[in-house]
Design a protein around this ligand. Sequence first.
Ligand code: APR
Length: 235
Amino acid sequence: MKKLVVSSGAGISAESGMMTYRDAGGLWDKYPVMQVASAEGFAADPSLIHQFYSNMRQKMQATVQPNAAHLGLVDLERDFDVHIITQNVDDLHERAGSSHVLHLHGELMKVRSMRHPERVYQLPCDQLTDKGLVTTVDTRDPYGDPVRPHIVFFGESVPEFEPAAQLVQQADILVVIGTSLVVYPAAALIQYAPSKAQIYYIDPNPASVPSRVHVIAKKATEGVAELAKLLREGQ
Ligand code: APR
């Protein structure tokens, strides 16, 4: 089976009702990104950050479902060895049923100990003093330690980048979906594709990419369907 590696961004979750970050009306229009998604912001006002991600978790769980693009990637597992690398912190790829998902920027539904970062807790978690999706500066883990969102803040390292780059280096096919390709190191992944790999980029408003990339300038749901057809015809 050919190895098909996907690199997804906020755009793949747009049709599920999740706001993207940089489209008009996106998250970073509403919230000062360096206040709610940076290491400095967390140090300055941890309560605001807990509230920001707690609100996002509640919205996620209550109203957001995987869409046809997420499901289309699961369906491709019938014919390809599919590995997902995502910049997204939502769990829509997992809820759609993807077998291999690697989160570059962390996971919204997880928090971790501030004293022992290897202690990660999947929410809702009855081991924590707050049992649901909401966490605060007073939330404690079973060892009495405070917790923080298991999110990579701006200014922090991206520990999963190395494994992600190695995945892309093994790809026969690389599919980039719904990302503005402005945030590094995630945006650099495309450069790790082997010279023989086919590269596709699905985005209704695509950023500029090398000419070898096959651009499908459509929304993710339509683009993934078109891609599946192309790949199966070409098999
Ligand atoms: N289908 C596919 N792509 C879409 C759709 C859609 N329905 N709607 C919008 N897009 C595209 C936009 O054209 C844009 O290229 O999704 C992309 C969204 O770009 P960003 O909002 O910048 O999101 P992303 O690239 O994932 O941001 C990267 O920045 O703020 C950080 O950590 C955060 O992971 C995030 C990172």
